[in-house]
Ligand binder design. Structure first.
Ligand code: SAM
Ligand code: 2KA
Ligand code: SF4
Ligand code: MG
Length: 215
């Protein structure tokens, strides 16, 4: 279907990764290729630990945007809210769901023309569209990752069957380990810290928005 299916849009601080702490406008796209988003399907999905509702259009500013111009218009308006210094560029994070099922050159060109720096959070199973400034790939065990180069590789830990050793030869600038949220978060934090202690090329990345009470 034409246009872009968006679950929600919100202004917050990037909570994760090397850009953590930056003012960021999030666009969360509807849908993912590794899980339907229905709880009934979680146990049999290719990705079973997702912390996100990406189904439908029900969130703030969710909906079907007819074209890139309409989506970027909304993004620019939202970015301007509360801005006291407009001398810098906007920073947009495209996530989901799986954003690379929908993000295309029309959208990145339109965002760049409005001055946005473009970051993407992806599971790495889809090709990279042109015009992305910052690529974060978060591989899921048992899936075919085609995006083996980028800015940050962020593994959710622990993930049985994830071949992180092979990933160390991929072409990423930063290697991050993020404790899996869900039941027994204390245990996954401990496991992630232990992983970093044993593997110095990896760095701990926590979901700071959750502890700060941000979206
Ligand atoms: C909801 S996903 C959307 C983008 C894309 N589908 C992906 O998986 O990278 C955004 C980020 O949250 C991470 N994530 C999802 N569920 C998580 C969980 N339970 N604990 C920690 N990180 C999680 C993903 O690995 C990814 O880095
Ligand atoms: N604040 C905040 N930072 C984030 N970084 C990655 C997120 C995501 O869900 O992709 C996310 C999110 O949902 N909120
Ligand atoms: S790939 Fe990303 S959006 Fe899809 S189910 Fe997994 S964590 Fe959620
Ligand atoms: Mg999130």
């Amino acid at each position: 279907m034409a246009g872009y299916a968006v679950k929600e849009m919100f202004l917050t601080l990037q909570g994760e990764g090397m850009n953590a702490g930056r003012r960021a406008l999030f666009i969360r796209f509807t849908g993912c290729n590794l899980w339907s988003g229905r709880e009934a399907d979680r146990a049999t999905a290719d990705c079973r630990f997702c912390d996100t509702d990406f189904v439908g259009f029900s969130g703030d500013h969710g909906g079907r945007y007819a074209d890139a111009a309409a989506l970027v218009e909304r993004a620019a308006t939202m970015w301007a809210e509360g801005l006291e210094d407009d001398s810098g560029r906007g920073f947009v994070v495209l996530t989901g769901g799986e954003p690379l099922l929908q993000v295309d050159a029309a959208l990145t060109v339109a965002l760049a023309a409005r001055g946005f720096e473009i970051a993407v959070e992806t599971n790495g199973t889809q090709p990279r569209p042109p015009g992305v400034d910052w690529l974060c790939v978060s591989p899921k065990a048992g899936t075919e990752v085609v995006l083996r180069a980028g800015d940050e590789l962020k593994i959710v830990w622990p993930q049985p069957g994830l071949d992180y050793k092979a990933m160390e030869s991929w072409d990423f600038t930063h290697h991050l380990v993020s404790p899996m949220d869900g039941t027994s978060h204390a245990d996954t934090q401990t496991a992630a810290i232990r992983f970093v202690i044993g593997h110095p090329r990896w760095r701990l990345s926590t979901q700071t928005h959750k502890t700060l009470g941000l979206r």
